[in-house]
Design a protein around this ligand. Structure first.
Ligand code: ADP
Length: 192
């Protein structure tokens, strides 16, 4: 199995690049943002609880997202590998993911971390909000709250994987194809 984390702040291009990476490497895409939005669309109790939190730009509780990822791993026993997008977002989530993968006799091969400046993030998210239908992309105050959550809680997740020498930083500004090629080059290094 080959498992990778695509890491970076909101608006850094994780969704776009995930689609290209899963198509190229045959990985199963696990995006906690998408899983949560599916729950909201299906109007489940979990979705209703999550929507209030997401609309404030805050993180949903660790146990909720860890439970969703645990089920997704169990539901995909034949996957060649997983691409985690938007997860883990806290140190507790990172530790839980390591334990879940260990139970399946596998681990994270690499974390690819996209780096994008803050003003570029905000303009990308506001632009996405014009068409995405995502309520958390339409308001600059919510966008800034999400970036603050990233700085305060999520950035530390990269330090966790740095301890294991698993982090590769890739510049997330420029053309989509150029960024994709840079991600692939780092990924290939870890596949050997
Ligand atoms: P973005 O990366 O643009 O913020 P996501 O789709 O990854 O978009 O996340 C949208 C929202 O969903 C987050 O602001 C947060 O409220 C919630 N969310 C997604 N993943 C997680 C997670 N792993 N832990 C906690 N909350 C999450």
């Amino acid at each position: 199995m080959f498992n990778l984390i695509l890491f970076g702040p909101p608006g850094s291009g994780k969704g776009t690049q995930s689609e290209k990476l899963i198509a190229t490497y045959g990985l199963k895409h696990l995006s906690t943002g998408d899983l949560l939005r599916n729950e909201i669309a299906a109007q489940t109790p979990l979705g209703l609880e999550a929507k209030n939190i997401m609309d404030k730009g805050q993180l949903v509780p660790d146990e909720v997202v860890i439970g969703m990822i645990s089920s997704a791993l169990d539901n995909n026993p034949d996957a060649k590998g997983f691409l985690f997008d938007g997860f883990p977002r806290t140190s507790a989530q990172a530790e839980a993911l390591d334990r879940l993968l260990e139970l399946k006799k596998t681990s994270i091969a690499v974390m690819l971390a996209l780096e994008v400046g803050e003003e570029e993030l905000i303009s990308r998210l506001l632009k996405r909000g014009e068409t995405s239908g995502r309520s958390d992309d339409t308001n600059e105050t919510i966008i800034r709250a999400r970036i603050a959550e990233y700085r305060n809680k999520t950035a530390a997740v990269a330090d966790y994987y740095k301890k294991f020498n698993k982090v590769e930083v890739v510049k997330g500004e420029g053309g989509i194809e150029d960024i994709f090629n840079a991600l692939c080059a780092q990924l290939e290094k870890k596949r050997q």
